[in-house]
Design a binder for this molecule. Structure first.
Ligand SMILES: NC(=O)c1ccc[n+]([C@@H]2O[C@H](COP(=O)([O-])OP(=O)(O)OC[C@H]3O[C@@H](n4cnc5c(N)ncnc54)[C@H](OP(=O)(O)O)[C@@H]3O)[C@@H](O)[C@H]2O)c1
Length: 291
């Protein structure tokens, strides 16, 4: 299956590229960074898709800086909304499947207490959530064959993420405070990449297309997540992790108080078995002692 992947320098793009060496279904692949394929440039998107002629486009490109997006709404919209729309337009024209990645932030304002299903009405919070939702809607409106995978709290050994920030702070400080009143599900980008390959390796009949949720199983607060990082990295003796509230740690963009995602639909449709967040975190940290 010939695949065109955007955003190869990001966490997910990087994990997919790492997997492509092992997995046959991505054997014919073209991985692109923003230098090679800027998804905000409609002409370039259409020219690239025409030239590469993939069977699948995997869109890992995104404007992901949640706080900065509040100051750069046009830039965030250009990537998250218009970029997704251009990919969808090209996919529709050539009959290509578009696998697009979205976020739990489309549910930022939903006051849920149990994992959020695909049927839940979206209620974004902040520029990032609104632009990601606009990207989803543009893809649906384009009429292209698509799968939208919403994910949450993504981390990997590569790029910028909570796990790497915590490891750095835990080595620098004797004590850190982490918010305990925002609940979600951490997701290892390597697991998400494997899930994407699994989905694409199966028979993709039209009844399987649509919107799904993927995150590691289980939920926790950022404080719980940080404590697990500290323990699994063997740093408990040198840094104490203490809980604090969101009010004590204000950020430019508001964060969802609860955004764990229900993955039942994805598991049932594609026969996926998703690892627990604790197991994935532990194995990622032991595979990367250099972090
Ligand atoms: N990170 C999270 O916690 C999180 C949570 C939920 C959902 N998600 C979603 O998961 C997906 C993957 O996220 P990630 O964490 O892997 O993102 P990431 O590490 O921030 O990487 C995003 C990539 O997008 C690329 N990009 C930005 N603007 C672009 C443009 N105009 N054209 C082409 N590429 C462009 C960047 O490329 P360059 O490096 O080449 O500039 C960057 O490598 C995104 O859709 C994100 O919304 C992420």
């Amino acid at each position: 299956m010939k695949t065109l992947v955007t955003g190869v320098r990001g966490q997910l793009g990087h994990e997919l590229a790492a997997l492509s060496n092992e997995i046959d279904s991505l054997e014919e692949h073209v991985f692109t960074s923003s230098d090679q394929l800027d998804i905000t440039d409609r002409a370039t998107v259409i020219e690239t898709v025409n030239r590469v002629r993939p069977q699948v486009i995997i869109n890992c490109a995104s404007y992901t800086q949640v706080d900065r997006a509040e100051d750069e709404p046009e830039r965030a919209d250009a990537v998250n909304h218009l970029g997704a729309a251009y990919l969808a337009e090209a996919a529709k024209k050539l009959g290509v499947l578009l696998l697009h990645v979205s976020t739990d932030y489309v549910f930022g304002k939903v006051s849920a207490r149990a994992p959020i299903t695909e049927q839940t009405t979206t209620a974004p919070m902040g520029v990032y959530g609104f632009t990601k939702l606009a990207g989803e809607q543009a893809i649906r409106n384009s009429g292209c064959r698509h799968i939208i995978l919403r994910t949450s709290w993504l981390y990997s050994s590569h790029g910028h993420n909570f796990v790497k920030t915590m490891l750095r702070l835990m080595r620098e400080r004797a004590e850190i405070r982490v918010v305990n009143d925002q609940i979600g599900s951490p997701t290892y980008a390597g697991d998400l990449a494997r899930a994407i390959v699994h989905i694409l390796q199966g028979e993709l009949t039209d009844d399987k297309l649509g919107t799904y949720h993927y995150c590691n199983t289980g939920e926790c607060s950022w404080f719980d997540f940080a404590r697990a990082i500290c323990e699994y990295a063997g740093l408990s003796h040198q840094c104490r992790v203490l809980p604090c509230t969101t009010a004590e740690y204000p950020t430019k963009a508001l964060r969802p108080p609860y955004s764990a995602l229900d993955t039942t639909g994805l598991c049932r449709t594609f026969g996926l078995c998703i690892p627990r967040w604790q197991d994935s975190l532990r194995s990622m940290l032991s595979a990367h002692p250099e972090l």
